[in-house]
Design a protein around this ligand. Structure first.
Ligand SMILES: [Zn+2]
Length: 104
């Protein structure tokens, strides 16, 4: 339920109230003097909580770890990757693997 901030036109006090989005301003009762003379304000308090919520530290850490892992993965040789097919000349007979032990 969103939090709205009002200023009472009778006692000129500001107050916050959580009410339905369908609630009308003229139905809002001042908690100080019970007058129905409130003016809706743009509540910076509510927007701080609901609107501009920053991701937590653990979320940022997980995001950074994911980025780091992805960057490491992209540096792997293409033959170990699953998405990119190996070059066609990689297994050509004219270029044998270097690690092959030579039999004498
Ligand atoms: Zn009032």
């Amino acid at each position: 339920m969103p939090i709205y901030e009002y200023r009472c036109g009778q006692c000129e006090k500001t107050f916050e109230t959580a009410q339905s989005v369908h609630a009308r301003t003229e139905d809002t009762v001042c908690p100080f003097c019970n007058a129905q003379d409130a003016t809706k304000l743009l509540s910076s308090f509510a927007s701080k909580i609901v609107g501009t919520r920053k991701p937590g530290f653990s979320e940022m850490k997980a995001y950074n770890m994911l980025n780091e892992r992805m960057s490491k993965f992209s540096k792997l040789p293409p033959v170990l990757g699953t998405r990119t097919p190996p070059p066609s000349n990689l297994f050509s007979s004219s270029d044998p693997p270097a690690g092959e032990p030579k039999k004498s």
